[in-house]
Design a protein around this ligand. Structure first.
Ligand code: UD1
Length: 416
């Protein structure tokens, strides 16, 4: 069984280049379906979720191959408009292909992406947005059949869902006339998707604000795109160095996407220097507790960074309260952290963390993607050896977490 072994407590020092964002790459790959030709995603991270997206694209008839670190998608031929349940369930964000297939083929058949480790993950907002665009959607036995001539419209999202915004943007590229999405998600990955769509030749603007306008039906052309840096991977390594002490520089990243995280680490006692495309963090490893950390849609504190910040504060002086407002089940790593000596009390969406003197290594398992990253951050500060299993969760989002942390001086090995 593959696992990660970590001998903790050393400070981290060094430099690492941050991978491109998983949460950008997946919708970009779906968007590549819109163009009857090739697109190149530069510096695409080699993640298991990217592999699963590739399986879907190949099933649809696309040709996909790696050229060095770039992923090239040739969507000249899309020969089918369905995704079977076996491919949908490999990869939870597979639902973002719905809008793209519908735009390209005028129909799409796929199953529900299913629940996930973070709690129920409904797609009602996605479906409502597509219905507003004119799609007829039938649901039988967990299979969704969507078809219809899409026409420009006004979509009001009751909540700024990232995935629903992406699906609406993708589907609206094929709608006749102009579509406005109000209360759209404002995440940097939405802006990146807009940048890619603009390069394809689509008239779209407003991403990064709550209102996005798309004019459908333009002829498309091929493009090359370098996705934005992964802000959650950046947050993970910053949190690791904050907790262990030392000084690290993360290159090829964008501090502007991370303000709530860098602010929290600064308040906890770290010294940060943000330059155009790098962040340097210095820490004594003795952190202070924080005022309540509440997760919100962007630009609020990101839910994906909550587990790693919590892990960074496990030995901080004093107590910190976390309030998780986005996902129901985002504290699954807490039981494992407690086994390592952490003091965390849970009640519903609130976690109350009291800093402890020491953490202890042991055998723990990754509960989900970001929970696994949090356990890695905890293990780096724990006395003794930690063996982390179920790391397939981590491989969904981190290209090579042990390579990167080793480059920062951590004693960490990955065993396949
Ligand atoms: C995306 C990110 C994920 C991140 C999340 C919030 C990707 C691949 N994943 O997930 O890493 O944690 O944004 O920043 O980009 N909801 C509904 N109905 C819907 C859609 C969502 O009730 O139709 C609820 C969800 O259950 C959840 C909340 O809205 O409680 C946020 O979901 P959403 O913003 O859609 O997140 P994802 O796009 O799934």
């Amino acid at each position: 069984m593959s696992h990660i072994t970590i001998h903790g407590t050393a400070p981290l020092r060094g430099e690492v280049t941050v991978q491109r964002a998983k949460n950008s790459v997946l919708p970009l790959l779906a968007a590549a379906l819109l163009h009857r030709g090739s697109c190149r995603i530069e510096n695409c991270p080699r993640l298991s979720d990217v592999g699963a997206a590739r399986d879907i694209m190949e099933h649809l008839g696309c040709r996909v191959h790696w050229e060095g670190r770039d992923l090239v998608v040739d969507a000249t031929q899309v020969t089918r408009a369905d995704i079977p349940p076996s491919l949908m369930s490999q990869f939870r964000s597979s639902v973002v292909f719905l809008g793209a297939i519908l735009a390209r083929c005028g129909e799409a058949t796929l199953s529900y992406p299913g629940g996930c480790e973070l709690g129920p993950r409904p797609i009602d907002l996605h479906l409502a947005a597509l219905r507003t665009l004119g799609a007829e959607i039938e649901e039988t036995g967990g299979i969704l059949r969507c078809r219809g001539k899409l026409r420009g419209c006004e979509i009001l999202l009751p909540f700024p869902s990232v995935g629903a915004t992406e699906n609406a943007m993708l589907a609206a590229t094929a709608a006749k006339g102009s579509t406005t999405i109000s209360n759209a998600a404002r995440e940097p990955e939405i802006v990146d998707l807009q940048d890619f769509l603009q390069k394809l030749g689509i008239s779209i603007h407003g991403a990064g604000t709550s209102t996005i306008t798309i004019r459908g039906g333009a002829p498309l052309h091929e493009t090359t795109h370098r996705p934005i840096p992964d802000r959650i991977v950046t947050a993970t390594y910053l949190c690791a160095a904050a907790a262990c002490g030392g000084e690290i520089t993360l290159r090829d990243t964008d501090y502007r996407h991370l303000a709530p995280v860098t602010t929290a680490l600064h308040q906890a006692g770290c010294c940060l220097r943000c330059r155009e495309d790098s962040i340097t963090l210095r820490s004594t490893g003795q952190l202070r507790s924080l005022p309540p950390v509440r997760t919100y849609p962007y630009p609020g504190f990101p839910t994906d960074a909550q587990p790693v910040l919590m892990a960074a504060l496990l030995r901080a002086r004093g107590a910190t309260m976390f309030v998780e407002n986005i996902f129901e089940n985002r504290y699954r790593q807490v039981a494992e952290l407690t086994r390592m000596g952490a003091d965390i009390r849970l009640e519903g969406k609130v976690a109350l963390l009291s800093g402890v003197e020491r953490l202890y290594g042991g055998e723990v398992h990754a509960t989900d993607l970001r929970g696994g990253a949090a356990l890695t951050v905890a293990a780096l500060q724990a006395e003794g050896t930690t063996t982390l299993s179920d790391i397939h969760h981590i491989l969904r989002g981190y290209e090579d977490i042990s390579r990167d942390l080793r480059a920062l001086g951590a004693d960490i090995t990955f065993t396949t």
